[in-house]
Design a protein around this ligand. Structure first.
Ligand SMILES: NC(=O)c1ccc[n+]([C@@H]2O[C@H](COP(=O)([O-])OP(=O)(O)OC[C@H]3O[C@@H](n4cnc5c(N)ncnc54)[C@H](OP(=O)(O)O)[C@@H]3O)[C@@H](O)[C@H]2O)c1
Length: 301
């Protein structure tokens, strides 16, 4: 398999590249603004140039764990949100389809309104935010236009070792180690998802020849404060400085689904047991950092 990972410098992209290489695939990853060894620079907003480059690669599969992922930033800049999360992946998906390559797009539980989560693949989306709206528009365009060549993976609250060190677990560990309070929403509920398992499951689904829409998340559905406490415990940090506030009190820039999270009905029927528990995942997170395999260690920065 020859795979391209657009967004190889990101969290999920980094794990996809590693998983692909371990599986014996030929994999080329890209970065947009954060150079990393072995990655090729590609800015998907230069649509013609990006299309030419992808065409020259002749991939069997293109993974797209990329885009404008800052939810409050998307609310402020809807034009960029739709360009980055819909138009640019669609441009490259069309190129991939010229040679019958599969296109794998990463989406979110923010396509739902969070009134009745966790949701499964058959539930009707109703996004509250610009980010969720752009992701849903992309999902629909890709599935309509590409048919069996499109795979849309929804995930949520992704954490784990990463090279940029941006995810919630890193923010939490760094904040608590600095002796500062970590304020997080007490009433937002979702499905924490371990990055390495998301990547492994994504590849297994592609190798199984699956298409369409699938949810890939961890097995627990819990609130952000409980998630934060579990991370603190795994990193031997006191949870005393974790402080919950309601979404109303926090006044975030974009509305959030409160009772979100995803059910993995389809993943379980196809590849049961791919996603480890939060406890096992956090233990693996610590062990992986000890191997200092290029991942940033939140305890050492
Ligand atoms: N993380 C989560 O909790 C979560 C939850 C649900 C869904 N998702 C979805 O999963 C996907 C991956 O998430 P992530 O957390 O791995 O994201 P991430 O760590 O923020 O990485 C985003 C990647 O996109 C690249 N990128 C940004 N603008 C680009 C452009 N114009 N052209 C090409 N590449 C560009 C970035 O490159 P540089 O860093 O080099 O600029 C980076 O590699 C996203 O689509 C997100 O919506 C994530």
């Amino acid at each position: 398999m020859r795979a391209i990972v657009i967004g190889g410098s990101g969290q999920i992209g980094g794990w996809l590249l590693r998983t692909l290489v371990e599986a014996g695939a030929e994999a080329v990853g890209t970065y947009a603004t954060v150079p990393m060894p072995g990655l090729v620079q590609l800015d998907a907003s230069n649509q013609a140039e990006a299309a030419d480059w992808l065409r020259s690669q002749r991939p069997d599969v293109v993974f797209y764990p990329a885009g404008f992922t800052w939810v409050d930033g998307c609310e402020r800049d809807p034009i960029k949100a739709f360009a980055s999360n819909m138009d640019e992946p669609l441009n490259l998906a069309r190129v991939a389809s010229e040679t019958d390559a599969k296109f794998v797009y990463f989406s979110t539980d923010y396509v739902f309104d969070g009134l009745t989560g966790p949701y499964d693949e058959t539930d009707l989306p109703h996004p509250l935010s610009v980010y969720g709206g752009a992701k849903l528009a992309a999902e629909r365009s890709l599935l309509n236009e590409l048919g069996e060549l499109a795979l849309v993976i929804r995930t949520s609250w992704v954490y784990g070792p990463e090279r940029q060190g941006k995810n919630f677990a890193y923010q939490l560990v760094k904040t608590l180690r600095a002796g500062k309070p970590l304020i997080c929403p007490s009433d937002q509920i979702s499905s924490p998802s371990y990055g390495p398992d998301v990547a492994r499951a994504a590849l297994a689904i592609v190798e199984a020849g699956e298409a369409g829409l699938i949810h890939i998340v961890g097995p627990e559905v819990l609130d952000r404060v409980s998630f934060a406490q579990a991370i603190a415990k795994a990193f031997d940090l006191s949870p005393d400085l974790i402080e919950g506030q309601t979404t109303h009190e926090l006044n975030q820039g974009a509305p959030r689904p409160l009772r979100g999270g995803l059910k993995t009905t389809r993943l379980d029927s196809l590849k049961a047991g791919m996603m480890r528990s939060l406890e096992d995942s956090l233990a693996d997170f610590r062990e992986t950092l000890l191997r200092s395999d290029g991942w940033r260690d939140p305890l050492s920065t």
